[in-house]
Ligand binder design. Structure first.
Ligand code: AMP
Length: 254
């Protein structure tokens, strides 16, 4: 059984995001980039299934700049067997490669690689789209289990427990299927030094968007990117009466 894991190179979650002076996007120059955290969870899940003897091959794919090779090597150090980079100079966060272009490229790769499962992040933390998995499922006509917090493989099926507003929902999907990961699915391991070294020798194929016949030109135009308004400080009240007065006359919420 083969699993495909798409991984995106995104701004590291610890970085304080700075909006560009011309409000067209966020600064990415000289900023630490890492594997999108939900994709790290996806690669961990695929690796656990491989270690349990249920998966034979994990293929990782990234669409992004040449530096995304590093992201792919990181995924290989966790457990992927080989990688594919679809190299593009377009930005992959805001105003560049959009989820539909990613989904169409992934569809072409799925058609070629014929995996039984695609395990991917529910969301990229840079554009917060939460679209690619759902679009890929629609393009392929495959079942989807989004926001997975538990995955159990059956015989030709996969049970996915999903985090939904009211609690947890469990679906049985017919494979092939798409799974998108939520935070509580697992805790990704740190790659060991020997595995980082081994990852350097694994196969990494470099391709171009044209190889898949996908048009990457943007369909959306970004109007403006701005920082959230700074939080105004709170204040202390001396009595319940003062609180009620403020709620009535200042906040005007009662
Ligand atoms: P999004 O729909 O942009 O929030 O992304 C959802 C998921 O799609 C991510 O967690 C990745 O697994 C995958 N994905 C999105 N963009 C890319 C990309 N450029 N390369 C590889 N995978 C991607």
């Amino acid at each position: 059984m083969k699993v495909l894991v798409p991984v995106k190179r995104a701004i590291d979650y610890n970085v304080k995001i700075r909006v560009k002076a011309d409000n067209t996007g966020v600064e990415t120059a000289n900023v630490k980039m890492s594997i999108n955290p939900f994709d790290e969870i996806a690669i961990e899940e695929a690796t656990k299934l491989k270690e349990a003897g249920k998966v034979t091959e994990i293929v990782v794919v990234s669409i992004g700049p040449s530096q995304a090779q590093e992201t792919i090597r990181n995924a290989m150090a966790i457990g992927a067997d080989r990688g594919i980079l679809v190299e593009t100079d377009l930005p992959t966060d805001i105003g560049g490669v959009e989820p539909l272009a990613v989904a169409k490229t992934l569809k072409a790769i799925v058609d070629k690689e014929q995996p039984d499962l695609v395990i991917m992040g529910k969301q990229s933390i840079d554009d917060d789209s939460n679209q690619t998995g759902q679009m890929l499922s629609a393009l392929l006509g495959w079942s989807q289990g989004t926001f997975a917090s538990k995955v159990e493989l059956g015989d030709g099926t996969v049970d996915v427990t999903r985090e939904i507003d009211g609690g947890l929902e469990t679906l049985t999907l017919q494979m092939p299927a798409i799974i998108t990961t939520d935070l509580r699915l697992n805790e990704p391991r740190y790659a060991s030094l020997p595995n980082i070294m081994k990852a350097k020798k694994k196969s990494l194929e470099i391709t171009k968007p044209e190889d898949y016949g996908v048009d990457f030109s943007p369909r959306l135009s970004v109007v403006k990117v701005v920082e959230p308004a700074p939080r105004v400080g709170g204040g202390k009240v001396e009595s319940v009466d003062e609180l009620i007065d403020k709620l009535k006359n200042e906040a005007k919420v009662i």
